[in-house]
Write a protein that binds this ligand. Structure first.
Ligand code: NAD
Length: 492
């Protein structure tokens, strides 16, 4: 049973309601989670608010918080296997992938521990004698954190580590489909020395358990990772109380392949770009833009290799990727593919559920390649968030830049070519938050992550990822005060 965690204590929902957590690989129940009511969320927000106001966390030194973050990283290293197992059960991803995610989570805590230990107040040169002017970096306050199901603990760590480093207190609501590892993390934080009230966990649906985090007057900032439609609702709700908002939303990410690219590398990475974690990756390279002269050779090979991808459960050591998160999500992906075909896309791989008997109870879907697409088609513009690649062709550099920017999103993209000047020229003109040249997917906690346009705003990771959780306060101190003589005080 996964309970709520409020002010250092495990609690049941005040309604007694619970929710079954389903294993995507076979549909079995892996956990049961409490379903918070509005009243439970209110309690969690009050706990975070009291902890922020009374301290000690919000008033501790950077050095202290850095040492606690380092301890969190050590404890996560110790408990890596149990976290990875829980993540695999909730998401259906391979155990080894969940372990890679844990390595990344640990790096994130280490990075923010280091970053906060180096931060000092900034002296400002005001060109005035006897004045000291300083910028202080203070915690934003109580933050509401809302996370998705694809990388549950990793997405949570991108928010929790900088929030703690800054001295904020928080209430987190993980996806109702994947709450296990975020819940485990609450105990890790306590063990590492985070005081009661600083970290609070509510569980349940977005509408009930999530929405107060964007509307409650005692929340100072809401940081959200998820879909565009939800992001818009959160931004609208937050405007009532003028909260700070950070949004990490979807993407429809162009993967551009020029004819002079290293073919083997580009083909292999085109598959990883889109089919990693069965396409349930915000930065998935789901939109292949391939130069016309190499289209047939390149795309036929991508389709051939897509058909060879082995699906399976986290326990299946032979599997290369797993199931989709839920039956409802697979239904959505199936509709997306049917719609793409009706728009004129040509199905050249996948487009169906697997036939193997051992995969019948899970929410599997074959890696799918749709050729003959163009940027007017809905399948090119909409995110499927599944294992589906759309293919378009181009003939010139200018054309491909225009195509790659012809999207409401702007999260990530890649350029494949041996011509480094061309690669840089294209990268400079793409309106996306991350551009890989002759690579796809790597990211590091030291570098900012986030979107242009409707992929959101604000940045996670890097120095800007810490700044999101801080207010800059200017303190001006006159060391030799005297009259300003603006008003002369004389009677007329
Ligand atoms: P989602 O928007 O359905 O849900 C995300 C979270 O928001 C969940 O915890 C959900 O319960 C909650 N929620 C739903 N309605 C809410 C409301 N009205 N108020 C407050 N919270 C609410 O998204 P999802 O299906 O969980 O995740 C998939 C989406 O996330 C995709 O669009 C993907 O691209 C995006 N994503 C983006 C990034 C990024 O870094 N930009 C990373 C991962 C996922």
């Amino acid at each position: 049973m996964i309970d709520l965690f409020i002010n250092g204590k495990r609690l049941k929902s005040s309604s007694g309601e619970t929710r079954n957590i389903i294993h995507p690989a076979d549909g079995s129940i892996v956990e049961v989670a409490q379903e918070a009511t509005n009243g439970d969320v209110e309690k969690a927000i009050k706990s975070a608010q009291l902890a922020f106001e009374t301290g000690p966390w919000s008033k501790t030194t950077n050095a202290h918080r850095s040492s606690v973050l380092k301890r969190i990283a050590e404890l996560l290293e110790r408990d890596k296997a149990s976290f990875a197992k829980a993540e695999s059960k909730d998401t259906g991803k391979r155990f080894i992938e969940a372990e890679y995610d844990m390595d990344d989570v640990i790096k994130v805590f280490k990075y923010f521990a280091e970053l906060i230990s180096q931060q000092t107040n900034r002296k400002v040169n005001v060109d005035r004698e006897n004045v000291e002017s300083t910028i202080h970096y203070e915690p934003v306050g109580v933050v509401g954190l809302i996370t998705p199901w694809n990388y549950p603990l990793l997405q949570a760590s991108w928010k929790i580590a900088p929030a703690l480093a800054a001295g904020c207190t928080f209430v987190i609501k993980p996806s109702e489909l994947t709450p296990s590892t975020t819940s485990l993390l609450m105990d890790t934080l306590t063990e590492a020395g985070v005081p009661d009230g600083v970290h609070n966990l509510v569980l349940g649906s977005g509408a009930v358990a999530g929405s107060p985090l964007s509307s409650h007057p005692d929340i100072d900032m809401v940081s959200f990772t998820g879909g565009l439609i939800t992001g818009k609702k959160i931004m609208a709700a937050a405007s009532e109380t003028v909260k700070k908002v950070a949004l990490e939303l979807g993407g429809k990410n162009p993967n551009i392949v020029f004819a002079d690219a290293d073919m083997d590398a580009a083909i292999d990475n085109a598959l990883t770009a889109v089919f990693l974690h069965s396409g349930q990756v915000c930065s998935a390279g789901a939109r292949l833009l391939v130069e016309k002269s190499i289209h047939d050779k390149f795309v036929n090979e991508v389709a051939r290799r897509a058909d060879l991808i082995r699906l399976g459960s986290p326990e299946d050591s032979f599997a290369e990727t797993g199931a989709l998160i839920s039956a409802a999500h697979r239904d959505k992906v199936e509709k997306y593919v049917a719609n793409a075909i009706s728009e004129g896309a040509k199905l050249i791989a996948g487009g169906k559920r697997p036939t193997e008997s051992h995969l019948q109870n899970g929410f599997y879907y074959r890696p799918t390649v749709l050729d003959n697409c163009n940027s007017k088609m809905q399948c090119v513009q909409d995110e499927s968030f599944g294992p589906v690649l759309t293919v378009e062709t181009f003939e010139t550099e200018a054309e491909v830049i225009a195509l790659a920017n012809d999207t409401i999103y702007g999260l990530a993209g890649a350029v494949w070519t041996k011509d480094i000047d061309k690669a840089q020229r294209v990268a400079n003109q793409l309106r996306h938050g991350t551009i890989w040249i002759n690579d796809y997917h790597p990211y590091v906690p030291q570098a900012e992550w986030g979107g242009f346009k409707q992929s959101g705003f604000g940045r996670e990771l890097g120095p800007m990822g810490l700044a999101e959780y801080q207010e800059a306060k200017h303190v001006w101190q006159n060391l030799k005060p005297g009259p300003s003589n603006w008003f002369d005080g004389k009677e007329q």
